[in-house]
Design a protein around this ligand. Structure first.
Ligand SMILES: [Zn+2]
Length: 144
């Protein structure tokens, strides 16, 4: 069993690992539990996801005034789509560091974009600066 957070209502769902690839739906809102798009999250939603789910969270800490962040956004979205089939337990999350200053401080985000991977309740990797799609996919793959 894996605990998966619904991308729509934020509800937690227990899903057998083998059913993850069979389009499971949320027990609360009945929408799909798997998404192939990056998800905008608040700091409290991200903390809940890190602490309470069995998902690998790949997080893009960004800001609207940051040129490299904007350039990297399509790469992040392509990776989210790429991994949604092979690794539906991975979730690609965007944190707007201007709006979510508390969580940016909590994780000590000093430069953006910063990309971080959280797994089993803790941060397992972090890199600052944008990557191209090939590099980014390789970096994410190491943690899946
Ligand atoms: Zn739901």
């Amino acid at each position: 069993m894996m605990i998966i957070m619904c991308p729509h209502c934020g509800g937690l769902n227990r899903v057998p690992a083998e059913k993850l690839s069979k389009q499971p739906t949320c027990g609360h809102c009945k929408q799909s539990l798997i998404t192939d798009k990056p998800l905008e999250m608040t700091g409290s939603q991200l903390n809940k996801a890190i602490q309470k789910t069995d998902q690998v969270m790949v997080v893009d800490f960004w800001a609207s005034w940051c040129g490299p962040c904007k350039m990297f956004a399509p790469t992040f979205a392509q990776a989210a789509q790429h991994f949604s089939n092979s690794h539906p337990q991975a979730r690609f999350v965007k944190i707007n560091t201007e709006q979510e200053q508390a969580i940016s401080a909590q994780f000590g985000i000093r430069s953006i974009p910063t990309l971080a991977v959280f797994k089993n309740g803790q941060e397992v990797d972090r890199i600052s600066g944008a990557m191209d799609l090939t590099q980014f996919k390789q970096w994410v793959s190491r943690h899946l």
